[in-house]
Design a protein around this ligand. Sequence first.
Ligand code: MG
Length: 157
Amino acid sequence: MRVGVGYDSHQFGDGGPMRLGGVDIPAEFHCAGHSDGDAVCHAVTDALLGACALGDIGALFPDTDPANKGKDSVVMLEAAVDRVWAAGYAVGNVDITVVTEWPKVGPHREAIRARLASALRTTAERVFIKGKTNERMGWIGRGEGLAVLCTATVVRR
Ligand code: MG
């Protein structure tokens, strides 16, 4: 078994919806970014690539490449899972924490778990996501953006 850690943060931009974990959440703002801004998928992608020492999302999908503009981050995650499998591993589990004042993650948890499980070629039982506020401190507390942490394990196939 191997373990990887992923982190991502995105600034908010005006207008929704907010895409997190491949799910569109109704909101008045979204995560700005070169791709679709899905910070959950980005953190999970980095955790899996790190677990297998396969590089990082920036190396796989450079934000200088116009082809990655507005890209569906689930597609990037699936490409990372392809590499994990090619290296002889499968996803063990992923555990995700979203640090944000808004939106609440809980009401969307099951939808995100199901969407990610499909992309990760595993079951929702092996995927978890939870939200934490930053107790109104700092840039997250001011609602300027959000941060995502992910721990992932991979196991020999
Ligand atoms: Mg990102």
